[in-house]
Ligand binder design. Structure first.
Ligand code: HEC
Length: 490
């Protein structure tokens, strides 16, 4: 029983170790996933920004391209495009003598990209593997991306790369040759649907990294706070649960000790009872022995002691001493300490018990009716059961005497069913009062006053039956008395 609490603590420890590991796994996996998610978010935002930048460039290009280029006044900044010299109407003259020159889409875009690159945070570049203008020369990365477009049907490509200890997103989108492009690019051999080139966008990741680290910082702080709270919570519930088990164990041990004390108390009481029974049964033979001894003394005084008388007196005394030793034999079983469990028939235990109390029942004119149907042995400490029987029979006897019942009787039935052996002990002492019957198995409850009862008899009987013999004990009132039912499992 004691081990049960140690086992409970062990189970609690195991449970909490598992719990702790699982909590940690959840915390760290979720933290890892959240950080991963933030990282992806960082990448996606940067990519989206690169795409926006490209879309804006494309829109602008499309607008220019949809007009077949735009005419501007040539300046130092915008000289007539030498690569358009094959195009007729590259330069126009207005009615008032001013010159206009054609800007092709790439030209406008290049100028836009070069002059306003700081304003959008993104650096765009239009390029191709087959250049019209060598100034549009692709970088190594752009060559790689353009080759990818040529060799697959992908139209965009991006990468995160470090340059001068700074991280950048490199993005490129392909430009497909349309019909409108052929006007100026057909002489390079392009057909509609060919990859003409691409626009690349390079954006520094500094801002996104900053946002990323800020977000992570916040998440980690929240996690640390909750983690500490959770650990404290877990530890606190663990401590409380463990303390309650330790407390239970303490209570249990105390209870056990108290029960042991009660057991010895009640055993001593039973022992006293036995001794008084022996004394009672010895009184008669001893007085008879004393009488014969008196006779011898008187005969000696009167010189009448002859051999024949002497022998008769002696044999009478021997008969009485046999009585005495028979009484001791009857009680012997009760005083024998229970060393180990034994296989025994319950009815034999009852017989042993009756050999002790039967005389005193007879002396008090109490009729004893027995019926046994008991063939199965059980493995028990028989003396403990005997103590219970004696206790119940003694109570019945006292009740019968107290109420001066005529035709007083005690009926003992022992029988078996499938799982258990049942003993019923009935009396006809008018039963137990209804306000008392619920309490008779409580410790220190007695109806007899301090002198004759310890109040432990039935409590100990219940303890013995429940805890030592794994059985059950009940009481109920029957027609004209009380019936105790004891069920011992087979
Ligand atoms: C009005 C004539 C004209 C039209 C229309 C035109 N381009 Fe160009 N494009 C040029 C010229 C000229 C250059 C080279 C000079 C420069 O960079 O300004 C060029 C350059 C380019 C470049 C840069 C690579 C290189 O060869 O220098 C790409 C890419 C490009 N064009 C794609 C297109 C696409 C796609 C279309 C159709 C949607 C198109 N162009 C329509 C005239 C034109």
């Amino acid at each position: 029983m004691n081990k049960q609490f140690d086992l409970k603590i062990k189970r609690l420890n195991n449970y909490y170790i598992k719990f702790f590991i699982i909590i940690n796994m959840i915390v760290f996996t979720s933290l890892f996933l959240i950080i991963l998610n933030e990282y992806e978010h960082r990448n996606n935002s940067a990519l989206e920004n690169a795409k926006n930048s490209f879309t804006k460039d494309l829109m602008f290009r499309k607008w220019v391209s949809s007009h077949g280029g735009v005419y501007v006044f040539p300046t130092k900044r915008t000289p007539p495009n030498p690569y358009l010299k094959n195009i007729k109407n590259r330069d126009l003259f207005t009615t008032n003598g001013k010159t206009l020159t054609l800007m092709n889409p790439a030209y406008t875009l290049r100028q836009l990209m070069n002059e306003f690159k700081g304003m959008y945070g993104a650096k765009g570049h239009i390029t191709s593997l087959n250049l019209l203008n060598p100034n549009n020369k692709p970088s190594e990365w752009e060559i790689k991306a353009l080759q990818k477009f040529e060799n697959s049907n992908k139209l965009e490509y991006h990468e995160f790369l470090d340059k001068d200890n700074q991280e950048y997103i490199y993005y490129m989108h392909a430009l497909i040759t349309k019909k409108s492009c052929l006007k100026c690019h057909s002489q390079q051999g392009y057909k509609v649907g060919d990859i003409r080139g691409g626009i690349s966008v390079v954006i520094p990741m500094k801002k996104y990294n900053k946002d990323f680290f800020n977000a992570i910082k916040k998440i980690i702080i929240i996690y640390i706070v909750f983690y500490i709270l959770a650990i404290f919570g877990i530890y606190y519930t663990y401590k409380t649960l463990k303390e309650s088990i330790v407390e239970q164990k303490k209570l249990y041990l105390e209870n056990q000790k108290r029960e042991e004390i009660m057991l010895t108390q009640s055993r001593n009481a039973a022992m006293g009872e036995m001794i008084s029974m022996i004394a009672h049964q010895w009184r008669q033979p001893i007085s008879v022995i004393a009488m014969w001894a008196n006779n011898i003394e008187a005969d000696v005084d009167m010189d009448e002691l002859d051999d024949k008388n002497c022998k008769e007196y002696a044999s009478n005394i021997i008969i009485q001493t046999q009585h005495l030793s028979k009484t001791i034999d009857d009680f012997k079983n009760f005083f024998r300490p229970d060393k180990s469990k034994e296989n025994i028939l319950i009815k034999d235990v009852m017989e042993d018990c009756l050999s002790v109390v039967e005389k005193s029942l007879q002396n008090n004119n109490i009729n004893l009716v027995k019926s046994y149907e008991n063939l199965t042995e059980v493995n028990i400490y028989s003396r403990e059961l005997m103590q219970v029987y004696i206790n119940i029979i003694k109570n019945a006897k006292e009740a019968l005497l107290e109420k001066s019942i005529k035709n007083a009787k005690i009926v003992i039935k022992i029988y078996e069913n499938e799982n258990s052996i049942i003993t019923e002990i009935e009396d006809n002492a008018l039963g137990i009062e209804s306000d008392v019957i619920g309490k008779i198995f409580e410790p220190y409850f007695t109806t007899k006053g301090v002198k004759s009862g310890t109040g432990l008899g039935l409590y100990m009987s219940k303890t013995i039956i429940n805890k030592h013999l794994n059985g059950e004990i009940y009481v109920k009132n029957i027609d004209d008395g009380a019936c105790f039912k004891i069920i011992i499992p087979k």
